[in-house]
Write a protein that binds this ligand. Structure first.
Ligand SMILES: N[C@@H](CCC(=O)N[C@@H](CS)C(=O)NCC(=O)O)C(=O)O
Length: 207
């Protein structure tokens, strides 16, 4: 399998799962700063011009959630459970993509990606809107996590890898966690995993 990645939030989810599962992966670095995601060769793999992309034999997969599920299914891992928990995982992945990710994504983009890729200053209106949304939606997540270790059932799943994606960037992205103790405890549990703390391959190994 070949995984096209860059050291940003969506590839981070997939790299963390791949490392956690010890998936047999050849890593290919797609330097967004150099526009490598807009080359004809890369667009033929992923017409969205985004990372991550996974190539597994004849199968080309984009979308980090689908790639995480594929990696787990491929080795029968419970990260993508095959029983009633699967519906719960889909619920949280759906809620994330439709709601929560947008708030975190805006703060991450405004405070981390814009300066990194020299895209100008943070937009105060976008930051204010996203901060409010994060607080409103974060309360839902924090409430769910109050009496449990993981989002679904008693074990970690791809939903945890997806929904916690912005927490490692919280400080630099000015993502407010002060009012969310359950979310902070959840992140501490994730931080016990080396795959979560250090998800990315060495750049020297990248193609
Ligand atoms: N929904 C996609 C989003 C992928 C995405 O937005 N990736 C960012 C990096 S974190 C990217 O490639 N951005 C480049 C661009 O939009 O030009 C996924 O989950 O894989």
């Amino acid at each position: 399998m070949k995984l096209y990645w860059f050291d940003t939030v969506n590839p981070r989810k997939v790299c963390a799962v791949a490392k956690y599962l010890q998936s047999p992966i050849e890593y290919a670095y797609v330097d967004l700063a150099q526009g490598k995601h807009r080359t004809p060769g890369y667009l033929a793999l992923n017409p969205n011009g985004k990372v991550p992309t996974l190539v597994d034999g004849g199968r080309i997969l984009w979308e980090s959630a689908a790639i995480m599920c594929h990696l787990a299914a491929r080795c029968d891992s419970d990260l993508w459970p095959q029983d009633a928990r699967q519906i719960e995982v889909i619920r949280w992945l759906s809620w994330d993509l439709a709601n929560f990710y947008r708030a975190g994504g805006t703060l991450y983009f405004e405070h981390i990606i814009k300066p990194r890729l020299q895209l100008g200053n943070a937009d105060p209106a976008a930051v204010a809107q996203a901060t409010g949304d994060w607080r409103r939606l974060g309360a839902i997540l924090d409430n769910h996590l109050q009496d449990r270790n993981w989002l679904v059932g008693n074990a970690i799943s791809v939903a945890d890898f997806a929904l916690a994606a912005f927490l490692p960037y919280a400080e630099r992205a000015y993502i407010p966690l002060d009012a969310f103790p359950a979310m902070r405890r959840w992140h501490e549990r994730l931080n016990e995993l080396e795959a979560w703390r250090e998800p990315f391959p060495e750049l020297a190994e990248a193609a």
